[in-house]
Design a protein around this ligand. Structure first.
Ligand SMILES: Cc1ncc(COP(=O)(O)O)c(C=O)c1O
Length: 352
């Protein structure tokens, strides 16, 4: 019963095979090989963005931090959801790589930025002349950290607010594949057509060893991104293996099959858990994450049976406190989640 994270899932055989086949001969390093050019072309096609510059990095933190640094002056502030990965889980990388820019945290239900809160935060920023931080980019995550998904219209609304103030819009797409499957919309509709300036397409959460493609829809930003990527130590020398992962994900729509399987497993979990009176789901389940709470005693039972998942918050006490007290959990599914795992997990909770 593995619900720890999607990046704990094994790598699909097709991807490993593609990496093995990628470079039977020496390949030019640093992205100067033909497979990297192919991966970039595939990403441009996928996003229907023929002018976009595409850059590959090995981690989602690098994709976010380097993209935001490219869009942010040191004296600006980045508008982000309160629970955004850039705020909670990147050890200050966006602030570090932007040479000290600030984050302004925005509220909004179920992990989505509330447009009115964003508009209010932008309105009060930058009014103190040289004494205060200035307005910088807006960043959002799709699928969100709460396992919900922004529809294209919701992104366009946020994009409209950013545009009215002349601010760029960044999208953390570590799980954009899950969002695409949920919305049924095109990658273009979820990004540049909705006003996104830079987006990432995450491979790691789908199941590959580690690649994120950064789409710079304004190609004039590419040179600065290139310099920042190199300076940060994120220009991967054996680039051909990053490229092979993207090419494998695009082949025969493997990305879609992986994301569909992960989303379907989360939906199956949510359907069973949502039917139980002693379980409360915290958010709509729209991608591959389920947040829910149930009595502490049942957490102990699940743990004893070998279930793996994070308590939410991660330091919620399992050993002290009443048996009946509800404690939160985060369950993440992946392409490799099996029906039997979902079934066994739910049976333990159903037994009450
Ligand atoms: C929404 C989101 N963005 C970015 C990242 C960062 O990815 P990495 O751990 O590869 O740096 C994660 C990883 O958990 C994530 O969930």
């Amino acid at each position: 019963m593995h619900f720890m994270s999607d990046n704990a899932a094994p790598v699909p055989a097709e991807v490993l095979a593609a990496m093995t086949e990628a470079a039977p001969h020496p390949a030019a390093p640093y992205g100067n090989d033909p497979l990297t050019a192919r991966a970039e072309g595939l990403m441009r096609e996928f996003f229907a963005a023929p002018e976009a510059a595409v850059r590959l990095v090995a981690t989602g933190t690098a994709a976010n931090a380097l993209s935001l640094a490219t869009l942010t002056a040191p004296w600006q502030t980045i508008f982000a959801h309160r629970t955004a990965h850039v705020e909670e889980d990147e050890c200050g990388a966006p602030e570090f790589f932007s040479c000290g820019a600030r984050l302004t945290l925005i509220d909004g239900e179920h992990g989505r930025i509330a447009p009115e809160s964003l508009a209010a935060a932008i309105a009060v920023t930058g009014k103190r002349g040289v004494h205060g931080v200035q307005r910088g980019p807006v960043t959002l995550t799709n699928a969100t950290e709460a396992g919900t998904v922004y529809q294209p219209g919701e992104i366009a609304r946020i994009g409209g607010i950013a545009r009215r103030h002349g601010l760029p819009l960044h999208l953390d797409g570590a799980r954009i594949a899950n969002a695409l499957v949920h919305t049924g919309s095109s990658a273009a509709d979820l990004t540049w057509r909705a006003g996104v300036t830079i987006a990432s397409f995450g491979g790691t959460k789908l199941g590959v060893p580690g690649v994120e493609a950064v789409l710079l829809f304004d190609p004039d930003l590419a040179w600065e991104f290139d310099l920042r990527r190199k300076r940060a130590g994120h220009l991967v020398s054996r680039h051909v293996y990053l490229a092979a992962q993207i090419v494998a994900l695009m082949k025969d729509d493997l990305w879609r099959r992986l994301a569909e399987a992960a989303n379907a497993a989360a939906a199956a979990l949510a359907a069973r858990l949502g039917a139980l009176s002693h379980v409360r789901l915290w958010h709509p389940v729209e991608a591959n994450m389920v947040f829910a709470e149930w009595p502490r005693a049942l957490h102990r039972r699940l743990r004893a049976a070998g279930a793996q998942y994070y308590m939410w918050p991660v330091d919620a006490p399992l050993d002290e406190g009443g048996d009946d007290e509800p404690i939160g959990a985060r369950l993440v599914t992946s392409w490799a989640t099996r029906e039997e795992e979902v079934d066994r997990f739910c049976r333990i909770l159903e037994a009450g």
